[in-house]
Design a protein around this ligand. Sequence first.
Ligand code: HEC
Ligand code: HEC
Length: 237
Amino acid sequence: MYKFGLNVFFIFVFFLLNAEGGEVTNTKYGKVLALKPNLEHGAALYETNCVLCHEMEGWGSIYGGDFPQLAGQHQSVLVKQLLDMRDEKRVNQPMMEAVFSKNILQLPQDFADVAAYVSALPMTNENGKGKDEDVIRGGEVYKKTCMACHGKHAEGNAKAMIPLLESQHYGYMLTQFMAIKAGHRGNADPAMVAVIQNLSDEDIHAVLDYISRIKPAKDKRAMEQNFSGIMDQFKAH
Ligand code: HEC
Ligand code: HEC
């Protein structure tokens, strides 16, 4: 009961902090999000610089590392994460070397364009899943601990820059979740950090497995779910 009360308290504080819709407007994130995205330029940036790790479709990969699915993610979330990684608030060594140290994303417009392009890509639900050991328990943990922020179907919240999690790769989520819990991900949401501290490893595996199995809404899903797989074949060898 005490645990539940504490969760509700932190979630309440979170909403108080995010209640001012105009708050984001004057931040570095808001300035990028106010720009009108050029999707053609976004596609060119993506295809030249991101495909190696995130694949043509933006579906990421479970081979050779945890490359997140970016397709379908809210533009606001992508912009926030990219700026945080550039500013080393969230450390991402592979992207620091492959993207930011080469000034591939330089102008605010570059961030707006590539994020808008990726966000509009249809998603796969052939993503990496957990071991299917306790998905029912995972659903219960989700409702109690995560749903207030990440939404009923783990669809996230564009305005509050809360990530969509449905059909995200299990392995990627596990790495991020553990980093957030241990305080290693610099841009972690303090309210989330507080409410997840009491979860056992079993709860964590179960809830992430549950989330990885939630299918995105039909209009967000790709018709053809097969990866082009060029890099996957390469990585699997
Ligand atoms: C060398 C490989 C590599 C390249 C190239 C690369 N990424 Fe990444 N990206 C990663 C990895 C690995 C992660 C997971 C990082 C972590 O562990 O924090 C990631 C994470 C991300 C995230 C965070 C996703 C989330 O859900 O929070 C975004 C956004 C992103 N990449 C966008 C891009 C874009 C846009 C490009 C091209 C301009 C790009 N990446 C190029 C490897 C790469
Ligand atoms: C108080 C609101 C809140 C609660 C409760 C919450 N989260 Fe989060 N979560 C966030 C926010 C905000 C972020 C993004 C933080 C950032 O980088 O700006 C996030 C990020 C994440 C990420 C990383 C996503 C990515 O693409 O890298 C995962 C995974 C995640 N949450 C899972 C969970 C799970 C599972 C629960 C429940 C056990 C949970 N969260 C509870 C707000 C919340």
